[in-house]
Every structure is written in C-alpha cells, then in structure tokens.
Write a protein that binds this ligand. Structure first.
Ligand code: FES
Length: 235
C-alpha cells in the first residue's frame, strides 16, 4: 500500500512467570518472545476478555510502537493444535483462542504480501463480520490491496489471494482469575523488519527518530478500528 500513507501513533507476577512456559509448550517451542504487555483500554485500565464485543475489530500496537495488530473476540471458540506451514519458514502449532470461551485471538495487521496495514488515514485490511464480496464469506480478514483472505478462527491461515503465509500470530496470555489479557510474543513469520525498511522515513517523521521501533512493554492500549482509522475500505 501507499507508502506515503501513514500509520497511526498510535497481573500478577506469579501468573506471568507461569503462563509464558505454557504458551511456549502449546506452540511446540515456536514462540518468539517479546516484551510482555497488558492489554488495556485507552485510559490504561486493564481490558477483560468478556468485555470485548464479539466480532468487533480492535487494534493495538505490538510488539513495536508502530506495528498494528488486530484483536478479535470471535463468534465461536478458535480450536488449538492446528499446524500451520508457511511456504517459507518453519511450521508451527497455533495455540487457538484464549479467554473463558477460547474465542479471543490476535494477529499482526501487516499483510505479509506487500505490507498493507491500517493507518490513521485509511485501511484496506480489516476483519469482516459481514460478508466480503471479495472473499465470498463472512468472518474473515480481507486485504483489499490484492485480495488476500485470512481465517482468524484457524490461525489466520491463507484462504485465498497472493499472501505467502498466515498473518503473524500475536501470542496472548489470559489470566483466568482476573480475565485480563497480555501479549507476550509472536508465532509464525515476522515481517516487522521489512515493514520498518519500507516505511522508515514516514515512521521517523511520525514517531520521532527511531522511536517507531521501540518495544511495547508494560501496557498496550487497545481501541476499536473505527477509532484507529478514518476510512475502512472493504471489498
Ligand atoms: S498487500 Fe495485502 S494482498 Fe497484497
């Protein structure tokens, strides 16, 4: 997309220590660890999984200050144990949804085909709760730049279009006692370095020199897609 366009500027300790190895085990050791960040609302208050509206598109930046991710509470549980095989790169086992009904998932919103992403100005990549004409179905993530379709219920695997691999999974932890959510790393192929190379000039202007690649830690504020971008382009 539109390189001139721009991205939007966008617990307990015991649980933290215990949960990371669990995520690692569930993914067959394929977790790329990043800073741990609690998902919060715009005021910094912890989000609870049950408060997320089903099939609403939420966005937060992780694992870097400028890299947007989708957060979704799906209509149905997202099963674990799915093995995903990118065309290039190692296979990995997707751990499924989290939360009390296993329906909360998160993925990088940077399309691995040619790096389209949600910006403050507009977004051609979005989750569709209603039917997408391009995809011929509802409940999928569609990138209208070139028609790639991803299945968020099954690890954002590719259902159609030119994308070479699933969207990068954002690994989530869920604290069953508090219902709070944490981002702890990624699974699958990361495209952050390519993203930084493609948009370095704009990112430096927007975030300040080098700040765009600052790791997110502590808190990761979440907002709806409607707040994140002014123009959601669907196809
Ligand atoms: S950039 Fe998303 S399909 Fe091409």
């Amino acid at each position: 997309m539109e390189r001139r366009e721009f991205v939007k500027l966008c617990m307990t300790a015991a649980t933290a220590v215990a949960a990371a190895p669990r995520v690692l085990a569930e993914t067959g050791g394929s977790l790329h660890t990043h800073e741990r960040a609690q998902l919060t609302d715009r005021q910094g208050r912890p989000l609870t999984a049950h408060a997320l509206r089903r099939q609403e598109t939420y966005v937060f930046n992780y694992p870097y200050a400028s890299t947007p991710c989708f957060l979704l509470r799906l209509k149905e549980p997202a099963p674990d144990g799915l093995e995903l095989k990118p065309k290039e790169g190692s296979p990995y086992t997707w751990p499924g949804g989290v939360g009390r009904d296993h329906s909360v998932v998160a993925f990088s919103a940077i399309c691995p085909h040619q790096l389209s992403f949600p910006s403050a100005v507009r977004s051609v990549i979005d989750y569709r709760r209603d039917k997408s004409q391009a995809a011929g179905r509802a409940g999928v993530i569609v990138c209208c730049a070139h028609g790639s379709v991803y299945d968020p219920t099954h690890g954002a695997r590719v259902l159609g279009g030119p994308a070479p691999q699933p969207l990068t999974t954002i690994a989530l932890e869920h604290d069953p006692r508090t219902d709070h959510l944490y981002a702890v790393g990624t699974m699958g192929i990361e495209v952050f370095d390519q993203f930084f190379s493609a948009y370095r000039k704009e990112l430096n202007q927007y975030y300040g020199r080098g700040a765009y690649r600052e790791p997110v830690s502590g808190k990761a504020p979440v907002e709806t897609m409607d707040r994140y971008t002014r123009n959601r382009i669907h196809c």
